[in-house]
Design a protein around this ligand. Structure first.
Ligand code: HEC
Length: 128
């Protein structure tokens, strides 16, 4: 009968499968940590809002685009604080091409995006 060795073989294979699975999980966990500063996170609801509403003019990474200035790596005309950002987003600068968002986004969404920008500005201060 070959029952015992066969079981051992199978359990060794199982162990290897587990190791493979665990290393895949580790890599998947590491990617968002390493990529945090450089990639927009698709799972971040603040970032999704930014991508949906703002990226077209301000760039995917807030680096600026044809229709709008960078929001990181340079001083902001409207001020740096979360409060000032919130005012700038709420009221916009309509005569200069920045829409007012007060009728489109709710206060919570505006605060979230203001916070996101303030956070990115700190992360990317070296780019100034
Ligand atoms: C249609 C293009 C457009 C969209 C969409 C847009 N912006 Fe702007 N935004 C601009 C322009 C143009 C300016 C620069 C206005 C100026 O010259 O002072 C600006 C300026 C700003 C400023 C002030 C920058 C400074 O230097 O003080 C902030 C903050 C800002 N935008 C945030 C946002 C956020 C957040 C969103 C999304 C909710 C957004 N913008 C969507 C065009 C846009």
């Amino acid at each position: 009968m070959t029952g015992k060795p066969a079981t051992e073989k199978r359990s060794g294979e199982k162990q290897r499968r587990w190791l493979q699975l665990i290393s895949i999980i580790v890599v998947m966990l590491a990617i968002p940590i390493v990529g945090h500063r450089y990639l927009p996170e698709p799972g971040d609801p603040f970032m999704e809002l930014y991508q949906e509403r703002c990226a077209v003019c301000h760039g995917n990474h807030m680096e600026g685009a044809a229709q709008g200035p960078a929001l990181v790596g340079r001083p902001l005309r409207t001020g740096d604080s979360v409060d000032k950002l919130r005012v700038a987003i709420t009221q916009g600068i309509p005569d200069r091409g920045m829409p007012a968002w007060q009728d489109i986004l709710d206060e919570g969404q505006i605060s979230s995006v203001a916070l996101l920008i303030a956070e990115r500005r700190q992360d990317l201060a070296w780019a100034a």
